[in-house]
Design a protein around this ligand. Structure first.
Ligand code: IMP
Ligand code: MG
Length: 173
């Protein structure tokens, strides 16, 4: 039995991303903003490897997908965020799929007066992006399949898996 991304590979990659961030954010106080709920476990593991002072904030983004021809509508709940104005933001999400979520959340954070916004995703799905958007940090590029684990869900289930795997065959999507 093999899984798409085993636990030790995730741990090693999170360590590498943290090393990059520690170099890039030297001398800068910043705010890590996680998009609920998928980024929760990634955030918890990553921030414990960051060496510079930072605050942590969370926001919720829910997308109600339209048909193939109508874009999904993204609803943001920013009520849990600390002060964003004037802050350098490191925005985290679990996965970049179409790009709709991250591009809209970045625009929203700029609208709230963020001094800068860098983006970091654990996963990037190949061949799915419809909104032009380049994340600053990417953990793993993965094939176009529905994946679960390490925060990623199917119907709010499977988030607790310590590894990432393709949703089992026969599970209705
Ligand atoms: P985007 O707006 O299309 O980039 O979608 C991003 C969001 O869709 C992520 O934050 C996830 O919540 C969800 N998503 C996309 N692909 C997957 C997947 O393979 N498994 C679980 N969630 C996914
Ligand atoms: Mg999500």
């Amino acid at each position: 039995m093999t899984v798409l991304i085993p636990e030790d590979a995730i741990r090693e990659r999170v360590r590498e991303i943290a090393t990059e961030l520690n170099a890039d954010f030297t001398g800068r106080i910043f705010t890590v903003v996680g998009i609920l709920t998928g980024s929760l476990i990634f955030l918890a593991d990553l921030v414990r490897r960051l060496e510079h002072r930072h605050q942590i904030g969370l926001l919720q983004a829910s997308s109600y997908r339209g048909t193939a021809t109508t874009p999904g509508i993204l609803v943001l709940n920013t009520g849990l965020l600390p002060e964003i104005r004037g802050r350098h933001i490191l925005l985290l999400d679990d996965i970049l799929d179409t790009g709709a979520t991250l591009s809209q959340v970045v625009a929203h954070l700029h609208g709230l007066g963020a001094a800068s916004v860098k983006t970091c995703v654990l996963l990037r799905k190949i061949g799915r992006q419809t909104v032009p958007f380049e994340p600053d940090y990417v953990g793993f590029s993965i094939p176009d399949a529905f994946v679960v684990g390490y925060g990623l869900d199917f119907n709010d289930d499977y988030r607790h898996l310590p590894y990432i795997d393709v949703l089992p065959e026969g599970t209705a999507v």
